[in-house]
Design a protein around this ligand. Structure first.
Ligand SMILES: C[S@@+](CC[C@H](N)C(=O)[O-])C[C@H]1O[C@@H](n2cnc3c(N)ncnc32)[C@H](O)[C@@H]1O
Length: 353
């Protein structure tokens, strides 16, 4: 299971004469926040300059224990940095090693938003995740501290980034060849790509940083603010464009919706059987306008009800042209022995003869 360092309480400063205390409360949890890491791990809390090159000004080790439910801490930072915009970064040594190798870590680190050590207010309840891609760009994703469905990243999206790394490598393994061939064809004509239920936009943004494309990130109204922020932080491949829009599967497609998508990405969107019906209907409408559209669905199996989506896809005459499983990073423990996987299915609409 991947674990995420989360702030249960955003950082807050308390200045004395010589030092500034930066306090926060964190937990190391799963993506659904339904389980805590039950292992010993040494965390490193760093006070970092808020702008590149993000120099570490001060750091302190913290101990997360198998029985920890929350970890309250204060870092005493030298007072000389009071007027500098800083971020609080909490990470592990293993996380940094994975990031240096452009791999997805077992424990995702966290970056607070920027604040001044002289601020009295608690910092804003948004945080940043950073994933290093193998083309030397970093996907920077802001997410909410709270429990919103759309405004934080999900395990399947990490599996998706791993899938893209494999499928777009010089020798794609089985299960990624169709996407690789499409991307190759896009070298002649820029690809038009749509992401449905994009949430914070991690999958579509990673894609647009790796492949020249026009990327349309769509979700409900609830996700638009965070999508806009993440679009502004993207380091796009030269020639790529990114835009976000509302597309509610239950409202159907508008006539003005751009019809000619080469590829549609769907990450972790099939967990709700009622919504799956609307999702398949939107896919049907899109495929009716562009019959060659490739649809790439990635998800982490959690419920029996996940099968509803596949059943509707079959009935709607979508055929699976490729499938593969990608294991997620995992540290086995007594309560968490099985390696979690993300499943990927590549679909095309069957041609009616
Ligand atoms: C589990 S989240 C996955 C987010 C993102 N794709 C990821 O993998 O991190 C499911 C997403 O589907 C979106 N969603 C749910 N119902 C929707 C609908 N009717 N129309 C559009 N998006 C919807 C949610 O807002 C949410 O962002």
């Amino acid at each position: 299971m991947v674990h995420y360092i989360r702030f249960l309480r955003a950082p807050q400063c308390d200045a004395s004469k010589k030092t500034v205390g930066v306090s926060a409360v964190l937990a190391v949890q799963t993506d659904l926040s339904d389980a805590l890491l039950s292992q010993d791990v040494v965390l490193r809390a760093e006070i970092v300059e808020a702008n590149s090159p993000w120099r570490v000004l001060h750091s302190q080790s913290l101990q997360w224990q198998p029985t920890s439910r929350a970890l309250k801490f204060t870092i005493q930072c030298p007072g000389k940095y009071t007027s500098w915009p800083i971020q609080l970064h909490v990470t592990t040594q293993q996380t940094q090693s994975a990031v240096n190798l452009s791999e997805i870590p077992e424990i995702l680190d966290i970056w607070s938003c920027a604040f001044l050590l002289s601020d009295k207010q608690r910092s804003e309840p948004i945080v940043e995740r950073r994933l290093a891609l193998w083309n030397n760009t970093t996907v920077r994703i802001w997410e909410d501290i709270g429990e919103s469905m759309a405004r934080h990243i999900w395990d399947a999206s990490l599996g998706f980034v791993m899938y893209l790394a494999r499928a777009l490598s010089s020798s794609p393994p089985s299960g990624g060849g169709t996407l690789a061939a499409l991307v190759k064809s896009g070298k002649v004509r820029k690809l038009k790509v749509l992401e449905l239920g994009a949430g914070c936009g991690i999958v579509g943004i990673a894609f647009a940083q790796l492949v020249k494309c026009d990327m349309y990130l769509t979700d409900l109204d609830d996700a638009q603010e965070v999508l806009g922020k993440n679009i502004r932080c993207a380091s796009l491949m030269a020639g790529s464009t990114l835009q976000a829009d509302v597309l509610d599967w239950s409202s159907g497609l508008e006539d003005s919706t751009n019809p000619n998508f080469d590829l549609i990405l769907v990450s972790d969107c099939i967990y709700n059987p009622d919504r799956s019906v609307h999702l398949v209907e939107i896919l049907r409408q899109l495929a009716a306008r562009a019959p060659n559209t490739l649809i790439l669905v990635g998800f982490k199996r959690r419920h029996e009800a996940d099968t509803v989506f596949f059943e509707h896809m079959r009935k709607t005459k979508f055929e699976i042209v490729e499938s593969t499983n990608i294991p997620l990073p995992h540290r086995p423990s007594d309560y968490d022995a099985d390696t979690p996987t993300t499943e990927f299915y590549t679909y095309r609409r069957q041609t009616v003869v």
